[in-house]
Each structure stands twice: as C-alpha cells, then as structure tokens.
Design a protein around this ligand. Sequence first.
Ligand SMILES: Cc1ncc(COP(=O)(O)O)c(C=O)c1O
Length: 466
Amino acid sequence: MTIEAIQQAFLRQSEDGRPIYRRLAEAIAQQIESGQLAASSKLPTHRALADRLGVTVGTITRAYAETERRGLVEARVGAGTYVCAHNRPGWVFSYPNQTPDECNFGYNIPPAIDRAPILASAIQTLSQHPDLLNHLMLYQDPQGLTAHREAISRWLRTHGVQLDPARMHFTSGAQHAIQLVLSVFCRSGDTLLTEQVAYPGFLGLARQMQMTIKGVEMDAEGLLPDSLETACRQYQPRMLYCTPTLQNPTAATMSRERREAILAICRRHQVLIIEDDVNGLLPAKTPPPLVNLDSEQVIHFGSLSKCLAPGLRLGYIQVPVKHQNRLNTALHHHCLMISPLLSALVCELIHQGDADRVLQQIREDMQLRAKRLENYLGQYQVQYQSPGFHAWLALPDHWRLSDFVAAAEARGVVVKSAELFTPPGSTIYQAVRLAISAPHSHDKLEQGLAILAELLAQAPYPDFPL
Ligand SMILES: Cc1ncc(COP(=O)(O)O)c(C=O)c1O
C-alpha cells in the first residue's frame, strides 16, 4: 500500500532535470503532507522501493536522507525509516518548488547551493544560549549591535573592505541601502549620474523619487573619466551612483587607477559617490573599494545577498562622518532597526567558517559555469569576469533586441533586455544580460546556452510591417 502510494506520487513528478532522488523525496513529502502516508507509518525498505522503481539503492538512500533533512521522517537504527509522529504546521509546506523548469537567465542570484545544513547548525548554536536569544528579541539601537558590527567588519576586512564598525549601519540588503541614501541625501528634481547602463533597482527607485538620471559613457573598465568630467560640468549632479566591481549589467571592473581617477574628478566637483559593492566580495582579488581610498567622499554599501544568501537580507552601509547622524535618524524612521536575530545568524555563520566556505563554493561553481559560457558563446561579443554572476552579450547586427528576447523566450530561455538597464532618454544598447548563475543546474545552463548559440547563429525571419 505504502509502496504503491509512493510509486504513484513519484510517477506524477515531472522529469524536469532534477535528480531522481529529489523527485522521489518530493513525492514522499507530498504523500506525507496529504495524509496518504500517516504519522508513524513505516516507509518501504531501501531494497524493496529500489526494485519497485527500478533505481539504485543509493538513490533511495539519498531520497530518504533528503526527506529526513526536511524533518518529515526519521531513520531508526536497525528498524527502518518512519514518518515523524508530530503534526507539522501547514505553512512549512507552503513554499514553491525550488527547481524551475525553464532556463532562466533572468535573476542575478547565487548558484543553487544547499545552505540548509549550515543554517541549521548556526540556529542550533544560537538555540543553546537562551539569554542571548531573549536579548535578540528586544529593540536595539538602529545602527545594530556593536558586537555584530565588529564581527562583520572584521570579516569584511579579511576580504579587503575597510569599514569602521563604529560608523557602519546594518540595512535590509543593498536595495534598502539605496533607498536610504536617496531619501537622506537627494530631493525630487535632483540630477544623479550613473553608468550608461545600470542596476534597474537603482533606476526604478530614482525615477519613483522623481530624480533625473544621466548615464556616463563606459568602456570595459566601467565609467570613462573624460565623460564623467563632462557630465559633472554639464549637469552639476547631486551624486554619482556606480558599481566599481562586476558592474551590473556589463560585468566591468574598474582598475585601481580608474578608481583613483573617478574619485579625483568627484572630489574636484564636490560630488559624493554612492559605491554599490554588492558584488565586491565575489572575486578573491579585486582593486580596493572606493571607500578604502577616501571614506569622506564615498557612501559605501554592500550586502550578503550575492556571497552568502539573498534571503538573509543583511546589508551594511557607511557614510562620511559628517552625515552619520542623518543616516542614523533615517534608518530609525524607515524601520527602527534591522532584526538583530539576522545579524546574529550571520555572525555565527562567519564564526563557524561557513560564510567563507559558501563563498568559496560559489567561486568554484561560477568557474565551471564560466567555462560553459566560453564553450557556447565564446565566439560572440560577451563581457564576463569570473566569478561574476552575469554576462553582457552584444547581439550580432542581424538581430533586433526585442526580437531576440522574444525568440529566446519562445524557446523557454529568459534573458534580460538592455532596455531595463538604460536610464530614460539614453540610447539603448543592442545587448542582453545573462545571469549564468541562475539556472538551477549545469545541465540547465548548458541547455539554455545551446539554445542561445543556435539563435545567435541564425538570422531571424525578416518581417515587413506595412
Ligand atoms: C548592483 C546591485 N545592487 C543592489 C542589488 C540588491 O541587492 P540586495 O539583495 O542586497 O538588496 C542588486 C541585486 O541584484 C544589484 O545587482
């Protein structure tokens, strides 16, 4: 009976590229959730289920282990595997399936890594300190707990970012930091400069706050000093927003000389720089962030979204000393504080060495993905720097941007059009951004790249609008 129910649920799982053990684990989870597999019932032996499904015993072992990791079953030594007796609340199951079918190059997210074990371990350590947990449940200073700021800034230093724990504030990710900066330092009607193509989260927010954005020309290193000089004279901007490392979407990284040149121009024109360092920790080696070179000319922020996990929503920001109080007050007005439970979790992940291990895993995975990008699209004009998440693909002349995006989508491949990254009124590049980190597996990545290579090689059927 049980074995039949599991087999039926397994056969209903779509063959979407997930490994067999995951599909089987999902099938068992669904059976437990729907009550088909009752609490305390015994699962079939590994051998019996393997024979029934025509898979190896190893696959059953992995599926049971995955189901156990989710807390649904327990393995009893010498007795077999049993559905857990306790009632699980419905919300535990309300998350969507995390293994999407399509080849989605749309989102700049870290590659899929199993972070559940390290989170579980960090939570378990915290759970052993009830006094600490109770303290974390209180209102705190908007800046965040001193011990947490010290631990995180010490860790950032090991990655080449020099922030002063006495000045740094936590934020709810880098996007929140952008919102804070614009609301504290800018007014509607202000003109801001940014790269010729820039992060849509910044463009959208600035537009919503009725600011004018002017794009500054770029080369393979990012902002061009001469164009910045001209734009500063022409527009007298309030600020410059830029991403010196692994710029989104072009993947450009400024050399140290370029960074110094940009700083010198902004100093001369008294233009504060907003340095978005969200990707800054990804490369093992990069030129120093602008904040290391001049912390009074630079508002610096970063986050753990790319190097650890976006779901943690922990970011950090440091502003010049003279603006510190304004930032503190604004953070208080925005959200009172960032949850200290989150910063505690991050401190523990750092302390156990897991933050560094995840970062290393991300770097290694991105290197493998970069090789696949080179294999499939190496002959085209692609800007990419490992271990960045995204590549910037300039389309061959025979493709129109909107046609290419639509043709890719029709084949199940999602890419992002240059239009999304272009400030209003600027010329739109004939290019797309590919987040090669996003496809769930290397097979999916290859599948998507092969489709894109096929499309790039063929000329679209010309249409003749009347
Ligand atoms: C350049 C840039 N800045 C900021 C963000 C937002 O990051 P967070 O998830 O930390 O809010 C992103 C996210 O993709 C980004 O690419």
